[in-house]
Design a protein around this ligand. Structure first.
Ligand SMILES: [Zn+2]
Length: 184
């Protein structure tokens, strides 16, 4: 059997599944504009991914076409508590079923737990991986233990994770002020 070359940016899903193909790689995060938003230009990490094709036999019918999509990334985000930049670890591992057209995909997607997509002759895995990572991204990203003060510290102040921070208490600064003389 001759091995076909499969292009991850223009994947023939049916041929890839029939070959039980597998592709993997790492794409620069900077190319994932929807995932990273404004931070994309400064993002220096990568999305590592692995995609595998499979056909599942159906009695008396055409075999089903499936892709397993696995990806991990460390995505720049903004902590919604302290509004400081942070990195969110995102990982996906999903099986997607491909069917002949959009109508069939919509029908099957509605009454099954599987994710069903319409078959494309030239599927862009970069875009598919980004879609899946976006779905896995937390709605409200927050530091696991947000040790940052709510008020942004002066530039150069290192974050002190998990420690109580005097700057978080706006009254702490008043402690050193001269007291008013007592009223006579
Ligand atoms: Zn935070």
């Amino acid at each position: 059997m001759v091995e076909r070359a499969h292009d991850p940016r223009r994947l023939d899903v049916a041929a890839f599944a029939a070959d039980a193909g597998a592709l993997e790689g790492a794409w620069p995060l900077a190319g994932f504009g929807r995932l990273c938003g404004d931070a994309a230009a400064a993002a220096d990490g990568a999305v590592t991914w692995h995609v595998q094709g499979q056909t599942r036999p159906v009695r008396g019918g055409e075999p089903q076409l499936w892709l397993r999509v696995q990806a991990t990334a460390r995505v720049p985000a903004v902590c919604q508590r302290c509004l400081q930049p942070m990195l969110v670890d995102v990982a996906v591992d999903r099986w997607l079923r491909f069917v002949a057209d959009e109508a069939q995909a919509a029908e099957l997607d509605a009454d099954s737990d599987d994710d069903v997509l319409a078959l494309e002759r030239a599927l862009d895995l970069h875009s598919l991986v980004e879609d899946e990572l976006l779905l896995a991204l937390p709605m409200v990203p927050r530091h696991g233990r947000c040790g940052q003060p709510l008020v942004a510290p002066a530039a150069g102040t290192p974050p002190r994770w998990g420690e109580p921070d005097a700057a978080a208490n706006p009254f702490a600064a008043l402690a050193g002020w001269p007291r008013k003389p007592p009223v006579q």
